[in-house]
Design a protein around this ligand. Structure first.
Ligand code: DX5
Ligand code: ZN
Length: 225
């Protein structure tokens, strides 16, 4: 299976970092029943980003629940040394790994290294990096992730200039590479991000900030239609 089989048209990916971690399995189950199949899983190492977030131990606990329902786990590695983490992510049941452009010297080699572990691969970039520079080295990735916040925490405000960076990225990438957006996506911002070319749309607080997860997830999906 690959990203091209996982993605129906455009996908809203709930970011589990924003979930109530005391009720993680229950919340995933609700979203699976609501039609969600791709979950975003944020691994932060306390160096590349300030917080230590969630990692392979948590991933391993939830992977069977997600996989049994035909879902996948899209892992966003906000870490300094992604090569060190690919094997653990794959072993714990991650389906894809997205590493940051800013931390590696050789993007194509790092993509190959992730594939060796059976992972689908993404390349993420921060607001300070130029979309064209990233696109130039990532034609063999499955997705490129345009951050619309500075990575680290859920609940930040969408940076409006991300819309133009998404557009530039979409124009610079081969068609088969998906464009993903992450940070500050809600009912107000999702339309512009999608309109600019993002088809994988990560949403943390806009999904988990509500008491009715099915409703908040479906509301975002409907906003894409
Ligand atoms: C933070 C993470 C995001 C985060 C998004 O850097 O990469 O995935 O959970 O949360 P929201 O949608 O609330 O900005
Ligand atoms: Zn993320």
């Amino acid at each position: 299976m690959s990203w091209h089989e996982w993605v129906r048209n455009a996908e809203v990916e709930p970011s589990l970092y924003a979930a109530d971690l005391a009720r993680l399995g229950e919340q995933i189950d609700v979203l699976l029943r609501g039609g969600c199949r791709i979950f975003h899983f944020d691994v932060g190492d306390g160096h590349f980003v300030e917080p230590i977030t969630i990692g392979p131990v948590v991933l391993e606990s939830i992977a069977p629940l997600v996989h049994e329902a035909g879902g996948v786990l899209d892992c966003h590695l906000m870490v300094d040394n992604p090569l060190r983490h690919f094997p653990q992510i794959a072993r714990a049941g991650g389906d894809s790994a997205t590493f940051h452009y800013e931390v590696v010297d050789d993007v194509p080699t790092t993509i190959d290294a992730a594939r060796e572990h059976g992972l689908q691969v993404g390349v993420a970039f921060n607001p300070e990096s130029e979309p064209e520079d990233v696109a130039a080295v990532a034609p063999d990735a499955d997705l490129v992730l345009c951050m619309s916040i500075h990575p680290g925490y859920s609940g930040q405000k969408f940076m409006p200039d991300a819309v133009d960076r998404i557009r530039r990225l979409r124009a610079a990438l081969p068609e088969h590479v998906f464009v993903q957006v992450d940070g500050g996506i809600d009912h107000e911002t999702i339309g512009a991000a999608h309109g600019a070319g993002a088809t994988l749309i990560v949403a943390g607080s806009a999904v988990f900030g509500s008491d009715d997860l099915t409703r908040s997830y479906r509301g975002l999906v409907q906003a894409l239609a």
